[in-house]
Design a protein around this ligand. Structure first.
Ligand SMILES: Cc1ncc(COP(=O)(O)O)c(C=O)c1O
Length: 469
């Protein structure tokens, strides 16, 4: 069982055990939790919701009485297999057919390196055991060509995770396993954009996405972001040229805010009215320090306009090169056909080991642990930046993710600062590199995921020194 989205309202006057029971019951009825799917242990869910175990135990007991769940002694709690079909809304979306088998490393690993998770905390032993077992047991069917949409077991595990943890509406058949988000965006561009088509990108935004989306001749149209996310009025001003808009709603890259509900609805409305697509890059949404992770934009989309991109690069490790797309049913055939012209699928061995890593609960456990680790690293970095760089750097937003954007004080030259950082062994990434047009802000992107607290404190001290020099 994976983590899942269960909002609690402590000011509602409704007891917590009743809110938890109702949240799980609704998730079962809506199909976010499926018959036979394992619920988290009471201990894990209590930790996840930051409540004591008592209300969780009471909620599970009540659900058991009502036959929504069944407990197998010593083997956890599962959604009942015997729930009547017409109670559930979990039938596959219309038009979804089963699919059968057919035929950066700039700057080294220095402190502040962007896009790096805590490689030192990866559960190597569990992963190595699974990879070794799957390599030993590699059946002929897994040694031949496989499904270009990806290994069915992995697509199923990903869909379960996304429905439960990200509030998404999707079936396993809509999931395409690809070699990371970069490949996902390349594929999306091949399917959705013709040379000369406009693709809206956030300004500032993620250069990797821009490169992937425009590789086939689509034209990037920068659209400013403000405190609420992409400016939909400015997007509309580009008119009918825009065929797709690339956004990072959970954690804007690079500035860090999350897209408000009003902005999300306006963007979805724009897409539906303009017959355009929204490309949602959900690259590090699992890590949010000020509240529980926000649901995905895809889960709010009533018109099937969102193509969702996810990756294991931040939650496991980038060199795994496994990511995924969730595509509307109507686009599925076109995406699978386009996939045949690319790299077909990532190695089946890693797909099958990863599927089991998710199914056995290693993934959910790792995510839970890492939230605490990253919170500690982020807090240590923010405190050290305040102490050593206070008047020279202003942190823009540090609510989520594995990096912070910090704006340089007036008079400090970004290129000079970057050069000095490199001289002192700090990995530097410039905010100005994220703009298509002239950079409006000078600043630094400081990754904190890949360095422990001591290393971050020392790096912030050195940074303070060179900013004052
Ligand atoms: C905004 C954004 N999207 C996606 C990714 C992950 O890319 P990939 O899955 O290709 O490793 C990154 C990593 O740096 C990123 O910053």
């Amino acid at each position: 069982m994976t983590t899942f989205h269960l909002p609690l309202d402590r000011s509602a006057g409704v007891p917590l055990h009743r809110q938890i029971r109702e949240g799980i019951r609704q998730a079962i009825l809506a199909g976010a939790l499926r018959p036979g799917q394992r619920l988290p242990s009471t201990r894990a869910l209590a930790a996840e919701l930051a409540v004591s175990r008592l209300p969780v135990l009471a909620a599970y007991e009540q659900l058991r009485h009502e036959c929504y769940v069944e407990g197998r002694t010593g083997a956890g709690t599962y959604v009942s297999q015997s729930l009547p079909e017409d109670l559930l809304c979990s039938r596959p979306a219309a038009g979804v057919a089963p699919r059968w088998p057919q035929a950066r490393d700039a700057g080294g690993l220095g402190p502040f390196r962007m896009s790096l998770p805590a490689l030192d905390r990866f559960p190597h032993a569990a992963w190595a055991r699974l990879v070794a077992r799957h390599a030993r047991d590699l059946a002929p069917a897994h040694m031949a060509y496989g499904d270009p949409a990806g290994l069915p077991a992995l697509r199923l595990a990903i869909a379960e995770h996304l429905r439960a943890a990200r509030g998404m509406r999707c079936e396993a058949e809509q999931v395409l396993v690809v070699s990371g988000s970069q490949a996902a965006l390349r594929l999306a561009a091949a399917v959705l954009l013709a040379p000369g088509d406009g693709v809206a990108v956030e300004e500032p935004g993620y250069p990797g996405a821009r490169a992937a989306l425009t590789a086939n001749g689509a034209v990037p149209l920068p659209v400013p972001v403000d405190a609420e996310g992409i400016d939909v009025a400015a997007l509309q001003a580009h008119g009918g040229r825009v065929r797709a808009a690339y956004v990072t709603p959970a954690h804007q890259y690079p500035l860090g805010m999350s897209m408000t509900a009003a902005r999300r609805l306006a963007l979805l409305d724009w897409a539906a009215r303009s017959d355009a697509w929204v490309l949602e890059d959900d690259y590090d949404s699992e890590y949010r320090y000020v509240s529980r992770p926000l649901g995905a934009l895809q889960g709010m989309d009533a018109h099937d306009r969102v193509v969702y991109v996810g990756t294991f690069s931040k939650v496991l490790f980038p060199a795994l090169r496994i990511g995924y797309l969730v595509v509307p049913p109507a686009l599925l055939d076109a995406f699978v056909r386009a996939r045949l012209a690319f790299d077909l699928f990532p190695p089946t061995l890693y797909q099958s080991a990863l599927a089991e890593f998710l199914r056995e609960g290693h993934f959910a456990r790792h995510l839970r642990r890492m939230r605490g680790v990253y919170q500690g690293r982020r807090d240590a970095l923010l405190a050290a930046l305040a102490r050593h760089c206070g008047d020279r750097l202003r942190v823009h937003n540090a609510d989520a993710g594995l990096h912070v954007a910090a704006l340089l004080a007036e008079g400090l030259d970004e290129a000079r600062v970057m050069e000095r950082m490199r001289e002192r062994g700090l990995t530097a990434t410039a905010l100005s590199g994220c703009y298509v047009g002239p950079a409006r802000r000078d600043g630094l992107l400081l990754g904190f995921g890949g360095s422990d607290e001591g290393r971050l404190r020392e790096a912030a001290r050195v940074l303070g020194e060179l900013l004052r020099a």
